[in-house]
Design a protein around this ligand. Structure first.
Ligand SMILES: NC(=O)c1ccc[n+]([C@@H]2O[C@H](COP(=O)([O-])OP(=O)(O)OC[C@H]3O[C@@H](n4cnc5c(N)ncnc54)[C@H](O)[C@@H]3O)[C@@H](O)[C@H]2O)c1
Length: 297
């Protein structure tokens, strides 16, 4: 005997169920193709750290998948040249998708909540949040790590991620349609980068892994899913601070994973679109590692 129906796909009938129904009723034709489940048509989202780097790359992917609008939260009062060009590019997608920029510091909890509330008032929905703002400091000995610097890193990478998730999550709860919150952690939350004295960064990212699990458990019955995404080494402004000044690191970092190379920002497009969309509707409280296999040996 089949268990009681607890949930129904927004695309139903779908999958083998659709095939079985079609066998009984020939008027039922295959209509949903797998990629339909990845579409984000009319979804509204926030991406912190969206002025450049991984955040901007992810924001563009969400727009390509059909999001109505993605709001990029970042520090500068005016967006970067990279952001402006991506903004123009999105206009040319021809799917009506928009990229907006909001200058806000993720360490300011009240400001974040207020900005998200304004977005909710205007858009009348909130579906996606990617908390990608983060900082990495230069090598600092763990035994004499200065308190102020340690706090600074945790303030952005951990507290700021919580405040961003709260801001979007409050709006998701307000509109009662669930949502997907993706906290950008790092493989550095579960491994230590060889020969790098990054105790504050690593600690901040470990906290994000547990934050995602904890929030997922509190919010599951509201269909607000919370997952973390842990990238491996990827060339961005953050890692350029090391790679550009110490070129030998490229070979070293590349040799630390079985693929023998570092990743590209565009290699996170698929996974964030999957996590943001209904294609991952039963995935919550998980950490998704995209590291070229760095953990595998
Ligand atoms: N690049 C990598 O190899 C890598 C690997 C694993 C995880 N990550 C994580 O991915 C995320 C994005 O990193 P990236 O590589 O794109 O770096 P990046 O430095 O290019 O981008 C980080 C963005 O966060 C913004 N930011 C920093 N402090 C902020 C604050 N207080 N308020 C608002 N915005 C703030 C910056 O202005 C910047 O635009 C970070 O959380 C980082 O830790 C990166």
């Amino acid at each position: 005997m089949a268990p009681a129906v607890q949930s129904v796909s927004p695309f139903a009938p779908i999958g083998v169920t659709a095939a079985l129904q079609a066998a009984i009723d020939p008027s039922i034709k295959p209509k949903v193709k797998i990629f339909d489940e990845f579409t984000l048509t009319d979804r509204v989202g926030i991406v912190s750290g969206g002025n450049r780097g991984l955040g901007l790359e992810m924001a563009l992917a969400l727009c390509e998948a059909g999001a109505r609008v993605i709001y990029c939260f970042d520090l500068p009062t005016t967006p970067s040249d990279e952001w402006q060009k991506t903004h123009e590019f999105i206009k040319q997608l021809g799917n009506g998708s928009r990229l907006e920029y909001v200058s806000v510091d993720v360490r300011d909890q009240q400001a974040l909540w207020a900005k998200a509330q304004e977005i909710g008032d205007q858009e009348r929905r909130m579906d996606i949040c990617i908390a990608a703002a983060g900082i990495l400091k230069s090598h600092t000995d763990c035994l004499t790590y200065p308190a102020e610097q340690f706090k600074e890193v945790l303030d952005v990478n951990t507290n700021g991620v919580l405040y961003t998730a709260q801001a979007a999550g409050q709006q998701m709860r307000r509109f009662g349609q669930g949502g997907s919150i993706i906290l950008i952690a790092s493989m550095s939350g579960s491994i230590t980068n060889k020969d790098h004295a990054w105790v504050s960064y690593n600690t901040s990212k470990s906290a994000v892994l547990q934050m995602a699990r904890s929030m997922a458990c509190e919010l599951g019955t509201e269909n607000i899913r919370v997952n973390s995404l842990s990238p491996g080494h990827i060339y961005t402004t953050m890692t350029a601070a090391y790679l550009d000044s110490q070129p030998h690191l490229l070979e070293k970092w590349s040799s630390l994973n079985p693929m023998g190379r570092i990743g590209r920002p565009d290699e996170l497009r698929g996974v964030v679109t999957w996590l943001a969309s209904d294609a991952s509707s039963f995935c919550t409280g998980s950490d998704i590692l995209v590291s070229g296999g760095h953990h595998a040996w």
